[in-house]
Design a binder for this molecule. Structure first.
Ligand SMILES: Cc1ncc(COP(=O)(O)O)c(C=O)c1O
Length: 407
């Protein structure tokens, strides 16, 4: 019978076993997989212990009272994600967007505060800032933070919060984590990073000095295209405490079934990331030699301007499962023709699933920003994003080849 969770597991093992240590393992005949707890409320032996459970629950302990404030399934997922990212705690939520807005609110933003954000942030995150935070009196400054003088920009703007993504969308630029977090600390800003594309398997930004990590679990962590979820992880107890308070009051909690699916996905994250990354490298190499392709954006290619930075930051030999490329014919019609010809790769608006998926950013992730803003971010009319799945790389390449040749 297992008693205590070992502290020295590698991530692969943590993903597989980590959730087991916070369910009633000691019971004879305990299930190996955590059941789904649908109950909205939890019984305690007496009122004194119910009183105590309220206190423990508010502190994030394994003590449950009412489902909006957590249940065993969300707790297990939070436990593993906090460990995976090297944080002191995690709060899971109903979507990546809920996690992002929760993290931003928990920084204590108020009218007059400034958020400095990466220019090529995920489109909905940019819209969240413009639509919700700007009307509240928060100043939002968009800048290219993947450039060499990002530190200087942070010093100039003196923001209260810096928000970046580890790997940008759709041009897969890599953020210099150490440089950004160090300068953010220097000016007293809270640094938040969206680590959705890299996952903790490729890099753990808290170890590079970030205060807060956000995930859309919907993507690689759950990985099977059947759960919408998000997470916030921090190295600071006070931040996690604030997140719990917001989560309990605003109510964007993750349901038990989605928590279960996310945990089930997380168990195979290491295996999947290895395959996503090795497939993506093969596909990037293929595309970069194709006559119909103008340019490929993938940090695993030696010619990528940030190849060295990627080597320094990411797990050895792995560069992520996402790439983008530009067709020689830089028109929306050519992009649509190519996507319509695909037989294996799915034309959908997501990434990080087991299936290979293509997206045309101008009508999906970057739909709500102006064509001028897209151009400024380097997203051309011929730009297509590809989330490389875990199928046989030869089948993915064959599908891309036939669609490029036919369009
Ligand atoms: C980088 C990134 N962050 C956050 C989100 C939002 O996640 P969700 O769709 O789970 O709300 C997405 C969604 O595509 C994303 O790509």
């Amino acid at each position: 019978m297992k008693k205590a969770e070992p502290q020295n597991w590698s991530l692969d093992t943590l993903f597989v076993h980590g959730g087991e240590y916070i369910r009633p393992m000691q019971q004879p005949g305990a299930p190996t997989i955590q059941p789904i707890y649908t109950s909205t409320t939890y019984l305690h032996p007496d009122t004194e212990r119910l009183d105590q459970a309220f206190e423990e629950n508010a502190a994030g302990a394994q003590s449950f009272v009412y489902a909006r404030q957590g249940n065993p399934n969300t707790h297990a997922l939070e436990h593993v994600l906090a460990k995976a990212e090297g944080g002191v705690g995690a709060v899971v939520m109903g979507s990546g967007m809920a996690a992002l807005q929760g993290a931003l609110l928990a920084t204590g933003l108020a009218p007059g505060s400034t958020i400095l954000v990466a220019q090529d942030l995920y489109g909905a995150t940019a819209s969240l800032l413009r639509t919700i935070f700007v009307p509240l009196g928060v100043k939002v400054v968009f800048k290219d933070l993947c450039c060499a003088d990002a530190g200087e920009i942070i010093r100039e703007e003196e923001p209260d919060v810096v928000l970046v993504e580890t790997i940008s969308n759709p041009l897969v630029k890599i953020t210099d984590l150490d440089a950004i977090s160090a300068t953010a600390r220097e000016v007293g800003a809270t640094s938040i990073i969206d680590n959705t594309f890299a996952t903790p398997y490729l890099v753990q930004p808290l170890a590079h000095g970030f205060d807060v990590v956000v995930h859309s679990i919907t993507k690689y962590i759950s990985g099977h295209g059947d759960a919408t979820a998000g997470a916030v992880i921090s190295s600071k107890n006070s931040f996690i405490q604030q997140m719990r308070t917001y989560a309990a009051l605003l109510g964007p909690m993750l349901g038990p079934f989605e928590s279960y699916l996310s945990m089930r996905g997380l168990k195979t994250l290491a295996l999947r990331m290895e395959r996503h990354c090795s497939n993506a490298l093969q596909v990037a190499r293929f595309l970069s030699t194709h006559a119909a392709v103008e340019r490929v954006h993938y940090p695993g290619l030696e010619c990528h301007p940030q190849h060295e930075l990627a080597n320094r930051l990411l797990r050895k030999g792995l560069y992520g499962g996402l790439l983008s490329f530009e067709l020689k014919q830089q028109t929306r019609e050519a992009a649509f023709r190519f996507m319509n010809e695909l037989r294996l790769c799915l034309p959908v608006t997501t990434l990080g699933d087991i299936h290979s998926q293509v997206t045309y950013p101008a009508i999906s992730s970057h739909r709500n920003i102006t064509p001028e803003e897209r151009r400024r971010s380097g997203i051309t009319e011929g730009c297509i994003r590809l989330s490389v799945g875990i199928e046989d790389a030869r089948d993915i390449i064959e599908d891309l080849d036939q669609a490029l040749n036919a369009s």
